[in-house]
Ligand binder design. Structure first.
Ligand code: PEP
Ligand code: MN
Length: 245
C-alpha cells in the first residue's frame, strides 16, 4: 500500500482563529499536511495580499497544535528566512529562476506548481533548477492550465500527471481546487487524480467560504472535505493507496 498525500487548508491564512479552526477540522478528517498562504500572488493589487510574515507564524503554530507539517507559498528569495515548512512555488513563479535557485540552495521540501501556460518539459526543467543545486526534496503539482474553456477556472491536465509519472520519479500531486474554481467540481476532480495515479492532492478548505478573503468559491467546507476524504478512502482501498493519515 502506498501513501496518497492529502494537503488541506485555506487559500490564505486570515487570522489566528480561522487557521486554528480549519487546522483542527482537516487534521481530524485525516489530512497529511496543512496549507495556508501568507504571501498571496493576487491578480489585482487591491485584493487581500495575505498577512505576510505573520501568516507564516500563525500557520506554523496552527500546524504544531494539531501535529501537521505545513506548506506555504514563497514569492521571493528574501521570504525563505521567515519560514521553515514546505516551500510552495506558485504557478506564476514556476519560471522565476532566481527563486528556483534560491530554494535549490536550501534543504527545505519544495512543492513546485506547474505554470498555467507551461509545457510538461518546462515544468520538469524548473524542477531541475532546484534538484541541480542539491535539493532533492521536490514534489510536483498539476493545478490546471489555461485553455479556451471557461466553465472551469483552469483545465485540469490529468494527462500531464500520467506523463510526468513516466518521466520522473518525483512525487506528482494534483490541485483540483485551482483547476475547478468551483467547490462542487472539486470532488470528481480529486477522485480522478487518485485514479490517474497521482501521489496526492492539495485541497482548499474554509470554514466560512462565503466570507473567505481569497478563493471562497472553490473552498470545501470542513463537512465536504470529510465526505471527500471518505470517498477517496473508498477508491484508495481498491487502488492499494492509503489516503491521508
Ligand atoms: C495557491 O495554491 O494558493 C495558489 C495561488 O495556486 P497557484 O499558484 O496554482 O495559482
Ligand atoms: Mn487559492
Amino acid at each position: 500500500m502506498s501513501e496518497f498525500i492529502v494537503i488541506a487548508g485555506p487559500c490564505a491564512v486570515e487570522n489566528e482563529g480561522q487557521i486554528g479552526r480549519i487546522a483542527q477540522a482537516v487534521a481530524k478528517a485525516g489530512a497529511s499536511m496543512l496549507r495556508g498562504g501568507a504571501f498571496k500572488p493576487r491578480t489585482s493589487p487591491y485584493s487581500f495580499q495575505g498577512l505576510g510574515e505573520e501568516g507564516f507564524k500563525l500557520l506554523e503554530e496552527a500546524g504544531k497544535n494539531v501535529g501537521l507539517s505545513v506548506v506555504s507559498e514563497v514569492t521571493s528569495p528574501d521570504q525563505l528566512k521567515m519560514f521553515s515548512g514546505m516551500i510552495q512555488i506558485g504557478s506564476r513563479n514556476m519560471q522565476n529562476y532566481e527563486l528556483l535557485k534560491a530554494v535549490g540552495d536550501t534543504r527545505l521540501p519544495v512543492l513546485l506548481k506547474r505554470g498555467m501556460c507551461s509545457t510538461i518539459d518546462e515544468w520538469l526543467m524548473s524542477a531541475e533548477y532546484i534538484l541541480s543545486r542539491g535539493n532533492k526534496n521536490v514534489m510536483l503539482c498539476e493545478r490546471g492550465i489555461r485553455t479556451f474553456e471557461t466553465h472551469t477556472r483552469n483545465t485540469l491536465d490529468l494527462g500531464a500527471v500520467a506523463v510526468a509519472k513516466t518521466l520522473t520519479s518525483l512525487p506528482v500531486i494534483v490541485d483540483p481546487s485551482h483547476a475547478a474554481g468551483r467547490a462542487e467540481l472539486v470532488e470528481p476532480l480529486a477522485l480522478a487524480a487518485l485514479a490517474v495515479g497521482a501521489d496526492g492532492v492539495m485541497l482548499e478548505v474554509h470554514d466560512d467560504p462565503e466570507k473567505a478573503l481569497c478563493d471562497g468559491e472553490q473552498a470545501l467546507t470542513p463537512d465536504a472535505f470529510k465526505k471527500l476524504m471518505n470517498r477517496m478512502r473508498e477508491l484508495g482501498s481498491v487502488l492499494g493507496k492509503v489516503v491521508g493519515r
